[in-house]
Design a protein around this ligand. Structure first.
Ligand SMILES: [Cu+2]
Length: 271
């Protein structure tokens, strides 16, 4: 009698687990449909394509595996007359799933390598360069000014008056433009952003442009891309860099070439 009660209880627990698994699967799949990537505003479409291919494949695998898992919990629930069985080792099956997995994963890895190669390739000749300096907790943006040359800088020169450590004896730095938490770029023009940190590790993150690059104290890093959509976007820090990390946020405005030129002329005058 006691055994029967236990068996009924086990069967109920099994059913509850199966239903819970199905529910978790449906809710998580619904979330993936509800929340999409932010709208793409750069030339990095291939990253999105690969992302959706991987999401589709893993999504289908997830749904199939979770559904089967829950189904078998229900199908093989406790029955008084049923006996458990056990088998071990199937060479055929192991070969089959190894080959099937390789057929899916190897092309994904190679597609990823090709895209990564593009991201890390040398920028085109007509790239123009600006600088983003990360510090707890703001982004300082520097443009080279009308002469097209950045003034040299040294960390020893960092001070409240000389926030970017620009060498006052270097004439190239006189017309440099310094903005705080604001970056403006022209559309369809490749841009390279030189990145340096004044204190800890930060990460320059442009979610709409599929751009993310770490900033390391002591070395310069850089990233380049081409904006393809006019609009107002967000620059975030993607590295937990201290208590004020959440407010390390800046704004990126993509404008037409004419609007950008006007803006740049205004900045040079204000300087
Ligand atoms: Cu940061």
């Amino acid at each position: 009698m006691a055994e029967n009660i236990q068996a009924t209880r086990d069967a109920k627990h099994g059913m509850a687990l199966a239903v819970t698994l199905w529910a978790i699967m449906l809710v998580s799949v619904a979330f993936f449909f509800k929340y999409d990537l932010p709208e793409l505003a750069s030339d990095r479409q291939s990253q999105d394509t690969l992302y959706y291919v991987i999401l589709g494949l893993t999504g289908v695998a997830y749904i199939v595996i979770q559904s089967l898992f829950a189904f078998y919990i229900w199908k093989y629930r406790h029955r008084d007359d049923a006996e458990g069985s056990y088998w071990h080792e199937s060479h055929k099956m192991e070969v089959a799933w190894t080959i099937a997995t390789a057929v899916i994963l190897v092309p994904i890895v190679f597609a990823g390598l090709v895209i990564w190669d593009d991201v890390k390739a040398a920028p085109p000749e007509d790239v123009f360069t600006i600088e983003a300096v990360g510090a707890q907790f703001q982004w300082d943006i520097r443009y080279p000014g009308p002469d097209g040359q950045f003034g040299s800088w040294r960390p020893e020169l960092y001070s409240l008056e000389n926030y970017l450590g620009i060498d006052p004896d270097d004439a190239a730095g006189n017309d440099d433009i310094h903005l705080i938490n604001q970056m403006v770029l022209p559309i369809d023009q490749p841009v390279r952003i030189l990145l340096r940190s004044k204190d800890v590790q930060h990460a320059f993150f442009l979610p709409h442009f599929r751009v993310k690059q770490d900033l390391m104290p002591g070395i310069m890093t850089s990233v380049w891309f081409t904006p393809t959509k006019i609009g107002e976007y967000e620059i975030a820090c993607a590295e937990l860099c201290g208590l004020g990390h959440y407010r390390m946020r800046a704004f990126l405005s993509i404008r037409s070439q004419a609007d950008y030129d006007t803006w740049l002329a205004e900045q040079s005058q204000a300087n």
